[in-house]
Design a binder for this molecule. Structure first.
Ligand SMILES: [Zn+2]
Length: 335
């Protein structure tokens, strides 16, 4: 009897499509690692509740996918916060991910400017965001330092900003794809819209760090005729990028295509290994106690000014939950 030498067992990719998960994977023959994110009810719940104009909702959906993709890399408990601050019609996007899988999100925007952008047909991500920055903050509790990464937003998409961030700050060759769409479904009483979102992150992590060089750094203001100091990219990374660039938006959001099948489509030749998937849910961390504590931290004057019709009313910007307080409960005076 021959003893089979130990190797990773292989099996057929699962045909079962599961929503609201992050699936980590590895293509070891190409030194690639990554994660697939598929969001159904989670992104639908977040976006439906806000009822933002369609292009704003779509943009926030992309930010949710990106945040889940990056935040789910946190090994231990902690929060990952993605926030844009820009001069476009959408001034701010905030997505807050709490490990292992809680996410909430909201946007601040200028209604009129968004309406104008839609009317003029300039409501793509770059036009809505405009110029400013994208900040990513990792908060792992009161005893740990907060870590913040910043990247410029310059009329481009969130995908562009993510690439820029990994290139400049982490020096990890990275490719990100994000997709958000509305699905129309036949339901009782007419068709119903449902938001779906998906994405894939691919990173090149070779054991020899010099292989991770990247060729697409801008040559800068080198005089004309001077060849930029071009380094060829590693063949494995060239192949990885080529494979992931073939992913269609539809494949990322298709409710019938399982994440494993999607990965198998892309990487069946070099071989792909998947790890335990993580669940994602839409959940806000606001509470009456937290709102009360926040109100009590305000100055007396600020608290007094918040009293309207004999009470203080606070609505959570993330989940629209409304909290009402009698002025005396939070030490405010009625005028
Ligand atoms: Zn809330």
């Amino acid at each position: 009897m021959s003893i089979p030498h130990s190797e990773i067992p292989s099996r057929a990719p699962s045909a079962l499509a599961v929503d609201d998960i992050v699936l980590p994977f590895e293509v070891s023959s190409l030194d690639l690692r990554g994660r697939v994110v598929r969001l159904g009810p989670v992104v639908d719940e977040i976006l439906e509740k806000h009822a933002y104009p369609q292009p704003v909702a779509k943009l926030l959906g992309e930010a949710v996918v990106l945040t889940v993709m990056l935040g789910s890399a946190l090994k231990i408990e902690g929060r990952f916060i993605l926030q844009t601050q820009t001069d476009g019609p959408v001034r701010m996007l905030v997505v807050d991910f709490t490990a292992p899988g809680k996410v909430r999100a909201c946007a601040r925007f200028d209604k009129q400017r968004v309406a104008d952008a839609i009317e003029q047909g300039h409501a793509d991500a770059g036009a809505l965001l405009g110029r400013g920055h994208l900040a990513m903050t990792v908060d792992q509790g009161p005893d740990m330092n907060r870590y913040q990464g910043l990247v410029a937003l310059d009329g481009g998409t969130l995908e562009d900003a993510a690439h820029e961030y990994f290139l400049r700050s982490e020096q990890i060759p990275t490719k990100v794809r994000l997709a958000v769409a509305e699905e129309l479904r036949q339901a009782d009483g007419g068709a119903r819209h449902r938001w779906r979102a998906g994405g894939i992150l691919l990173q090149f992590l070779p054991k020899a760090p010099e292989r991770a060089r990247v060729a697409d750094l801008h040559p800068g203001d080198a005089p004309e005729g001077v060849e930029p100091h071009a380094l060829p990219e590693d063949e494995a990374w060239v192949e990885g990028q080529a494979l992931v660039s073939t992913v269609e938006d539809l494949e990322l959001i298709d409710p019938a295509l399982s994440s494993e099948r999607l990965l198998y489509r892309l990487f069946h030749e070099p071989g792909v290994r998947v790890f335990q998937a993580g669940d994602v849910h839409a959940e806000c961390s606001c509470s009456r106690d937290a709102v009360e504590a926040m109100l009590r931290s305000f100055s007396q004057d600020d608290r007094d000014h918040m009293v309207e019709d004999g009470r203080i009313s606070v609505t959570c910007e993330f989940c629209s939950a409304n909290y009402q307080f009698a002025p005396k409960d939070v030490g405010a005076n009625e005028s």
